[in-house]
Design a protein around this ligand. Structure first.
Ligand SMILES: Cc1cc2nc3c(=O)[nH]c(=O)nc-3n(C[C@H](O)[C@H](O)[C@H](O)COP(=O)(O)O)c2cc1C
Length: 206
């Protein structure tokens, strides 16, 4: 039977794009090796960025690492995110450098660039059988303190990384339902236009 979490694309795309999705249920008994994690960050490393500034930074916190670090990081999550993310074997805080290394002027594209790095990371994770769910729902000041993010950098997203687990282990009803629901997307025609905004981009000329 088709996996409802795999994309059903209108136009053919690579299997990695079809198969990537963001679970909340992670297998708590399956750790991720350091070598496997390094491959994810290697993928991020090769992302394009404005002026090749590579403004992304990651702080990795492992459940099988320091208990104090793990608990403090989990405590930074919103209660809803904490309810499921605590089962992931790895949390990673994504931060950005706010200014350009070359001249210390502000870098308005830092967040855009970090998003691209994380996008590559999530595809690499999919290729390795791993899953990633990103979270904006966390206390940024708390995470900054716990992960010791220095001035000049801003935390933006926390990632839960691991192997997808049993949806029935999720404690919030709507999360269990969402974990099995088909994924919904706008149609390409809703966001791609031809020559002028709002003019439908069609497969055939005419
Ligand atoms: C920047 C960002 C922030 C997100 N924040 C949260 C969050 O706080 N909690 C959560 O459960 N999911 C969060 N998500 C996951 C999205 O809800 C999810 O990616 C989206 O519903 C599409 O699902 P898919 O990744 O499975 O295609 C976030 C995703 C992104 C990219």
């Amino acid at each position: 039977m088709a996996n409802p979490k795999h994309a059903a694309p209108d136009h053919d795309v690579h299997e990695l794009i079809r198969h990537r999705w963001s679970p909340r249920a992670f297998d708590p008994a399956r750790p991720v090796s350091r070598a496997d994690l390094l491959r994810l960050f290697e993928a991020a490393r090769w992302a394009p960025s404005s002026l090749n500034e590579q403004p992304w930074r990651f702080v990795v916190v492992r459940r099988d690492g320091s208990q104090a670090a793990w608990e403090a990081t989990v405590a930074a999550l919103s209660p809803t995110n904490r309810s499921w993310a605590v089962s992931a074997p790895v949390l990673a805080l994504v931060s950005v450098r706010l200014t350009l290394e070359r001249n210390e002027q502000s870098n308005p594209l830092a967040w855009y660039d970090a998003g691209q790095a994380v996008a590559l990371l999530t595809l690499q994770a999919t290729a390795q059988g791993l899953s990633v769910r990103q979270m904006e729902g966390f206390d940024h000041d708390h995470a900054r303190r716990v992960c010791q993010v220095p001035d000049g950098f801003d935390p933006i997203v926390m990632m839960a990384i691991g192997y997808a687990g049993d949806p029935d282990a999720l404690t919030i009803d709507k999360h269990r339902a969402a974990e099995r629901a088909p994924r919904r997307r706008k149609a390409v025609g809703d966001f791609v236009f031809e020559e002028t905004w709002g003019r439908l981009y069609q497969r055939e000329d005419g």
